[in-house]
Design a protein around this ligand. Sequence first.
Ligand code: AMP
Ligand code: ZN
Length: 112
Amino acid sequence: MDCIFCKIIAGEIPSTKVYEDETCLAFRDIHPQAPVHILLIPKQHIPSLREITPENAPIAAHLLAVIPQIAQAEGLDNGFRVISNVGEDAAQTVKHLHFHILGGKKMGEQMA
Ligand code: AMP
Ligand code: ZN
């Protein structure tokens, strides 16, 4: 499958890893939009949040449970923002579910 995040999981494309377990991987975004900009992805190829079902929801729940651990390890004690782009209107460019974890600066109130 021609998916860059699956290739990162397979080690075929290098990444700056910040967290890994048997279910998920987190690494630094190659084009950071904040001082801390991390991508958290499931190791299973799920195209986006749109494909979350009762069957695979435990994977999504696991990702959510890992987010505060990553935020704490990155020192984001003053807050952070989590974004997951889904589909065309949200300008999703990589069709493998990912959460952007953004922090390290005071962000604007506007989200879109
Ligand atoms: P999205 O627009 O939500 O699909 O976000 C995809 C993100 O993946 C963008 O912020 C890109 O900068 C990031 N990205 C693309 N390729 C890589 C890569 N090889 N390593 C790290 N981040 C990447
Ligand atoms: Zn993938």
